[in-house]
Design a protein around this ligand. Structure first.
Ligand code: FBP
Length: 554
């Protein structure tokens, strides 16, 4: 295998564990805390999870390990989008499992949850696992988006577990995957299968967090990677002084990634979807906000800038949501075939004009032709518009360009600049994990095994106090049901982990809000540079500004 010098060096890195996990597995004791309640809808959640609801919070301490000795066969699954550090969760789990008993076995189910259903796995060995230590990606076993949520699936999973003597499953995933981990844990407990289920909080989107989970893994590395690139672009445009760059960053729905990148780079503009929704901003409002900054800077001779656009932005624009709903309705059932049979875009446009309300047609007419066509041509198997495919960075670049042309005509805008667009998403999901993510993930995996050996099920591996040095981190576990409430999903009431959107009264947004007017007009760029793996802790081990601001506000 060809290895880069960094990869060779990273094999040697020893991830830092929380202090209470550092003395070896025989010196880890458990401290049982208070019983828990779900964050809302307690009666309903309790009724749905009679075997796993209300359990106590767990913390680990230095002390004699009192877990009952038992041979463990653990199955691990990576679920959903890649996030830097996933390999280290598996490595931490493996190391704790083997340190406890060399006869213990770790099976990696391949390709996500479907690996469990298809009985497709690899048995982890030292030789295999050592190739993946401190590396990015999920290629150790692959990932997938199959949802483990139905009773027939649980029955198959039980059979597979029985066949291989699996005693516990660790699901590494986001809010949906961990919701399903809780449902699976309840099923396994209710049916006396003897299989425990533990979750680990993953997603670069940063939307799996709450009073117990301070950050999902991968957010740190992904945002640092995007911020490096955004900082480089800031420096380029500050050198050439002729372009505005519109940069879309990943984050399916919540705007945490965009906000963190804005805090790291002090870009001129950053849109926050949650604010757009709260203020019911229209496309015209957003366009005006950006165009005002371009105009003010251009009139000062600063014909360059950077605007950060969160991936999920259009879903938060109320009039856009209405337009999408009308388009879905317009093409429902057989009408798709009728629409597709029309001979030209002109004929299709007339069909659309006849079918949309006046308000939605006005929004549609504002859109660049490429985006208009995208809305009608690229739809999912149910015929719905795929909002995530909308190139919002191009949409806003085009709308702002048109607005500035009008302002130029009117004589208010005196500048001149070009517009370039970028999308940063996949670039950050498999980067070598930062020291923070390497340490955090290894700790989550190690800790997950300690929860298993002490017999817990339906828990999320929890490592907290994360803005302090790793020595002071606190390891333990929290019942997943504590994080759940009832939400309407596909027309049904479902128990789910609440997705964390950007809080407009939270410290990170407040800091951004207090500074953004200055950042918009002046050039206050920060250049974070590349992630550093070796050097002073003040450079290499710091985590995100979001986490720091949140912790300081506590
Ligand atoms: P998870 O929620 O599974 O962690 O995935 C998040 C994400 O990376 C989003 O940021 C992005 O919208 C999406 O996955 C892309 O999905 P895919 O990898 O299927 O293209």
């Amino acid at each position: 295998m060809n290895l880069s010098p960094l990869q060779i060096a990273r094999y040697e890195y020893s991830p830092k564990l929380p202090g209470m996990l550092r003395n070896g597995v025989s010196e880890i004791s458990v401290k049982v805390g208070e019983p828990t309640q779900s964050v809302a809808d307690q009666d309903k959640i309790k009724a749905l999870f009679p075997n796993t609801y209300g359990k106590e919070e767990i913390k680990f301490e230095k002390g004699t390990n009192t877990a009952a000795p038992k041979k463990q066969v653990v199955g691990v699954i990576l679920s959903g989008g890649q996030a830097p550090g996933g390999h280290n969760v598996v490595c931490g789990l493996y190391d704790a499992l083997k340190a406890t008993n060399p006869e213990n076995v770790l099976l990696g189910f391949k390709g996500g949850p479907s690996g469990l259903l298809e009985d497709d796995f690899i048995e982890m060995t030292d030789e295999y696992i050592n190739q993946y230590r401190n590396t990015g990606g999920f290629d150790i076993i692959g990932s997938g988006r199959t949802k483990l949520e139905t009773v027939p699936q649980f029955e198959i999973a039980t059979e597979v577990c029985k066949k291989h003597g699996v005693t516990a499953i660790v699901i590494i995933g986001g809010d949906d995957s961990n919701t399903n981990a809780a449902v699976l844990a309840e099923y396994m407990a209710a049916n006396n299968t003897g299989v425990q289920v533990i979750g680990c909080p993953k997603t670069i989107d940063g939307d799996l967090k709450n009073e117990d989970i301070e950050i999902s893994f991968g957010f740190d590395t992904a945002t640092k990677t995007y911020s490096e690139l955004i900082g480089n672009i800031e420096r380029d445009c500050n050198s050439a002084k002729k372009y505005w760059h519109f940069i879309k960053v990943m984050g399916r729905s919540a705007s945490h990634v965009a906000l963190e990148c804005a805090l790291e780079t002090q870009a001129n503009i950053c849109l926050i979807g949650e604010e757009v929704a709260a203020k019911k901003q229209s496309l015209a409002d957003i366009t005006k906000q950006i165009a005002d900054a371009v105009e003010a800077r251009g009139n000062n001779g600063e014909n360059f800038g950077v605007a950060i656009i969160p991936e999920g932005i259009v879903e938060f624009v109320p009039e856009f949501g209405k337009l999408i709903a009308e388009i879905n309705e317009l093409l429902a059932g057989e009408k798709t075939a009728e629409f597709n049979a029309l001979p030209s875009w002109e004929a299709k446009y007339a069909f659309i004009e006849a079918g949309l309300t006046k308000e939605s047609m006005a929004v549609f007419a504002m859109l660049p032709t490429g985006i208009q066509q995208q809305l009608f041509l690229e739809r999912d198997p149910h015929g719905n518009v795929q909002v995530s495919l909308i190139e919002s960075e191009k949409l806003f670049a085009e709308l702002v360009k048109n607005e500035l042309a009008a302002r130029k005509e009117a004589g208010t805008y005196k500048g001149k600049c070009g517009f370039l667009t970028h999308f940063f998403g996949y670039e950050g999901r498999c980067a070598f994990p930062s020291n923070f993510d390497a340490d955090y993930c290894y700790s989550l995996g190690y800790n997950a095994f300690m929860l298993i050996s002490y017999g817990y099920t339906g828990y999320l591996s929890k490592v907290s106090n994360l803005s302090a040095p790793a020595e002071e981190w606190v390891a333990g576990g929290m019942p997943i049901t504590k994080m759940m409430n009832i939400e309407r999903r596909n027309g049904e009431d479902k128990p789910v982990i609440r997705k964390a959107l950007v809080e407009l009264d939270g410290a990170p947004f407040k800091f951004f809000e207090a500074n953004r007017d200055k950042w918009a007009v002046e050039t206050c760029f920060l250049y974070p540079g590349a992630i550093q793996y070796y050097g002073p802790a003040s450079v290499c081990d710091i985590t995100t500004k979001t986490l720091k601001l949140e912790q300081e506000a506590k």
